[in-house]
Design a protein around this ligand. Sequence first.
Ligand SMILES: Nc1ncnc2c1ncn2[C@@H]1O[C@H](COP(=O)(O)OP(=O)(O)O)[C@@H](O)[C@H]1O
Ligand SMILES: [Mg+2]
Length: 274
Amino acid sequence: MKKDVIVIAIYNNKGGIGKSTFAINLLHSLVTDFKREDGTPYRCLAIDNDGQSNATLTLTGKSEDEISETTENTMFNLMTDEDVLAKDCVINTKFENIFLIPATDDHSDTPDAISNEMDNTRIMKEKIAPIKSEYDFIVIDCAPTKDRNVYNALFAADIVLSPMETQLFSRVGLRNLLKQVNKVNKKRETPLLHYVFLSKVDNRQKTNNQKVKENLQTVLLDDFIDKGISLLSLYVKSLDEGYTAINYPSDNRGKIEIRDLTQKILEKINEELI
Ligand SMILES: Nc1ncnc2c1ncn2[C@@H]1O[C@H](COP(=O)(O)OP(=O)(O)O)[C@@H](O)[C@H]1O
Ligand SMILES: [Mg+2]
């Protein structure tokens, strides 16, 4: 492999479409279902880039209070304090080989706090540079905003993955998202790869799903990944009960879907990045 670490941002400017759920399952699939060429497991870092802390709470299994009491440095400190290094922010999670830079609710204030920085969209990229080589994949779970936290992630990432909900699909929404990625690409040294897939697909709505898929394929061509995630209560229940879709005991439909999608993403990475 020419490229040692792949940085993946999970982002769409809409909330509630399954970004955090996918980010957690993607990470768990990467360390469980896939291996390095030498047969050893991948080592992954999650970056919680959302003051809502969904990824932090789920990956640690701790409450917001426990996180605040037990963690010294979070995303807010990392992004706003020059002296805080990424290595001092990384904590363990419940999952082997998945590490985390946690976020607490103050991370929503980060964009205002960094507004006077000289180059305030490259802070994350610069901060994670010294620790990148310790990981195979870094997955950044973004908030559904368009603020500096998101732009920092889009400058730090190699790839951005955007889940889209079939029910909420709009051409205008997609066009705006593509414009946003293009804007970032004009300022990057290397282009940001952007892939879109369907999330929370209600498999009973076959006609609508097909229409949305055709729409996405027409606009995105190869950047549309035709492997989606179904609307299934197991995605909600597994995380609520302390599992993921990957190790959920009574239902493996989620595990199979996530693995197939992860496989497809790895193929794209191999084709275009490595
Ligand atoms: N594939 C899915 N099927 C059913 N419910 C889902 C699925 N993915 C996510 N959800 C639920 O939808 C809500 C929003 O998901 P979340 O991952 O937090 O979205 P986002 O990070 O985009 O805001 C949560 O209640 C979550 O449990
Ligand atoms: Mg989220």
